[in-house]
Design a protein around this ligand. Structure first.
Ligand code: ADP
Length: 198
């Protein structure tokens, strides 16, 4: 089943830089996709268009039946439900604990407390951080922080997980751990892994 279809997409920034030209992609459920290219080749631009932080100038992007390029701003949340994004620069909320950072992403108001607790603990166990729920981001190593980001990205159970250079700032041991977690996630979800390394 096709989950992502990118057709004839172009993106030119205001500065005049053409970041993407004539991009076509079709990605099906069950795939594990590597998006590889040197710095500046447009990987981040493509990812930003998938979760509608940027819009293409031309072409179409369809994700799980949603026409992303035509989606109204007030409907963007429908798309974001389908996508979990893991950024390289962690962007955790510093004043919230590990538990709270993940629960916050679940949009706690929409669920009862028990459902939130169960799901948050489930994903924190998956990333091996069940014993650090009460710690704050600055009390964690880089690898642990990145694992919180992964937990946050999957807590709403999206179909698609996009990881933008998730090991970029990590040493080889932590990178390996993160890759193993991502591999485990890819058994259930479509994963797109962005990297400049081969
Ligand atoms: P990558 O993720 O592969 O490093 P990017 O998508 O970040 O590539 O960048 C592709 C090209 O677009 C680069 O030439 C970059 O300088 C340019 N670019 C990226 N973001 C912007 C922006 N907001 N404004 C202008 N140019 C940009």
């Amino acid at each position: 089943m096709e989950l992502i279809r990118v057709a004839d997409v172009q993106k030119k920034y205001k500065t005049g830089t053409v970041a993407l030209y004539d991009v076509d992609l079709s990605i099906a459920k069950g795939e594990f996709v590597f998006l590889i290219g040197p710095s500046g080749s447009g990987k981040s631009t493509l990812i930003k268009m998938l979760y509608r932080e940027e819009k293409p100038d031309k072409g179409s992007i369809i994700i799980g039946g949603i026409n992303v390029s035509k989606l109204k701003d007030r409907k963007v949340y429908l798309l974001r439900r389908k996508l979990g994004v893991v950024f390289q620069d962690f962007k955790l909320l510093p004043k919230l604990t590990v538990y709270e950072n993940v629960a916050f992403a679940m949009e706690v108001l929409a669920y009862d407390k028990n459902t939130v607790h169960k799901r948050v603990m489930e994903v924190l166990e998956l990333v091996g951080l069940k014993n650090k729920v009460r710690q704050y981001p600055d009390q964690l190593s880089g690898g642990e922080q990145q694992r919180v980001v992964i937990a946050r990205a999957i807590v709403k159970n999206p179909n698609i997980v996009i990881a933008d250079e998730p090991t970029g700032n990590l040493d080889s041991k932590n990178s390996l751990e993160i890759m193993n977690i991502i591999k485990a996630i890819s058994k259930e979800k479509l994963v797109i892994l962005v990297t400049h390394e081969v």
